[in-house]
Design a binder for this molecule. Structure first.
Ligand SMILES: NC(=O)c1ccc[n+]([C@@H]2O[C@H](COP(=O)([O-])OP(=O)(O)OC[C@H]3O[C@@H](n4cnc5c(N)ncnc54)[C@H](OP(=O)(O)O)[C@@H]3O)[C@@H](O)[C@H]2O)c1
Length: 269
């Protein structure tokens, strides 16, 4: 792992998967500003990750980078070992990295990254996390509500696998509780200006246009702020925080997610 050493006694140690760009990078910036030491995980875009860490440091925060493809079991184990070896603990694990829309991705890749890699990383991290630590899982409304709402064309494997990942993690809530580890899900509507929405706009323009008709899409900053808040705000294990997409919220009664809140949206439909 590379980056500034940290006065780790005072700062929470936060690992954000897939923080080299987009929402993960913005969440890293916010948590860095709030005084955490942020470990910026990336898969291959090392320079981008280093730039994010440097920006955090330049703003007076503390950050380091740690490359690991979380679908690679050895790399995932190495990632957890590296963080705990370097800083002595892991206080917050933000499961942000996601995939499956990449061109040429194998048919089983979405499930490998969005379910299997998430649960494996959690199993690796759990024994290294002390009571009071927390896991935050990041998902989309299009995945979270996929059982009851239409899914944009081309996004089905991602929706299915992200929902499967969420369900597999929810199945572990008993163990999280026994260990005193918090677990919070943050679900967002399509987020304006992201690569994923640009890809969806090409594959299913109507689906994106329909979302826009319901009102402005949340911004990266709004979603990242909700993720950052989810690392600290009091919440029951399994709590879900929704960002944007008020029209989805009417589906909550039929969606097995436990409690819910609506941080940046008007009241539920
Ligand atoms: N974009 C949206 O509209 C939207 C809406 C709701 C929820 N979300 C959720 O928000 C999260 C972030 O989305 P985003 O749009 O910011 O994604 P993104 O721009 O596609 O960024 C993905 C990040 O994950 C990393 N990554 C991908 N595969 C990885 C792997 N196997 N191992 C480690 N890192 C990996 C990438 O690293 P490299 O650059 O190094 O490859 C990159 O940092 C996802 O969970 C997504 O489902 C997104």
């Amino acid at each position: 792992m590379e980056g500034a050493r940290v006065g780790s006694e005072e700062r929470r140690i936060v690992l954000i998967t897939g923080a080299s760009r987009g929402i993960g990078a913005e969440a890293a910036r916010i948590l860095g500003q709030r005084g955490d030491h942020v470990v910026v995980n990336y898969r291959e875009k090392r320079k981008r990750a280093e730039t994010i860490a440097a920006e955090i440091a330049a703003a007076g925060g503390s950050a380091s980078v740690a490359g690991a493809d979380i679908t690679d079991a050895a790399a995932a184990a190495g990632l957890v070992d590296t963080v705990v070896g370097e800083f002595g603990r892991l206080d917050i694990l933000v499961l942000n990295a996601s995939g499956g829309l990449e061109q040429g991705a194998a048919a089983d890749y979405a499930m490998a990254v969005n379910r299997d890699a998430q649960t494996r990383l959690v199993r690796l991290a759990l024994p290294r996390m002390a009571p009071g630590a927390r896991i935050v899982f990041v998902t989309s409304h299009q995945a979270h509500f996929s059982a009851t709402r239409p899914v944009p064309g081309g996004y089905e494997p991602i929706a299915r696998s992200k929902r499967a990942g969420e369900d597999a993690l929810r199945d572990m809530v008993g163990e999280f509780d026994r260990r005193g580890i918090g677990f919070v899900v943050v679900s967002g509507d399509m987020i304006d200006g992201t690569i994923i929405v640009r890809l969806l706009e090409r594959r299913d323009p109507d689906a994106v246009a329909t979302r826009r008709e319901h009102g402005a899409l949340p911004t990266v900053e709004e979603f990242a702020m909700a993720i950052a808040d989810a690392t600290a705000r009091p919440a029951e294990s399994g709590h879900t925080i929704y960002v944007g997409g008020a029209d989805f919220h009417g589906s909550i009664a039929t969606c097995p997610t436990g409690s819910a809140s609506f941080p940046n949206s008007s009241s539920p439909a």
